[in-house]
Design a protein around this ligand. Sequence first.
Ligand SMILES: [Zn+2]
Length: 164
Amino acid sequence: MEILWAPWRLNYVKEATEGRKGKGCFICEALKSPPEKDPENLLLYRGEKALVILNRFPYNTGHLMVCPVRHTGDFLSLLPEELQEIDLLLKKSISVLKRAYNPDGFNVGLNLGKVSGGSINTHIHYHVVPRWLGDTNFMPIVGGVKVIPQSLDETYRLLKELWE
Ligand SMILES: [Zn+2]
């Protein structure tokens, strides 16, 4: 299969090779960085108790994550005000993604614990994944060419604009 264009793969390979050792939680690192680094860190929105960040290895274009600001992997420890802001940000994320990409549907959810398939179990994150009819094979395939979703930079710029 021929792959036309996959800029995000470069980062994937780099990160897989170098690993994340010596680095802390990437969500907390992004929050600690100065706001001018938000595009680089794919941090879309900084709230008081919750935040929105794009997934660096998206399942689909527009795949983002809503997380509490507080570093915790314990869902049961979430406070009402954290849950409330998370809900509002989930709603806004879906609204912005609808305007940006007009998907046919969404997968919204939480993986709790390693056994559920969660990759980071130290900082809670709700996935929001836009879905299109027929995308189950990772985008339609035409003539053996795999169509790669929009680059992360473009996704970030578009969603950031719509968010504000
Ligand atoms: Zn964290």
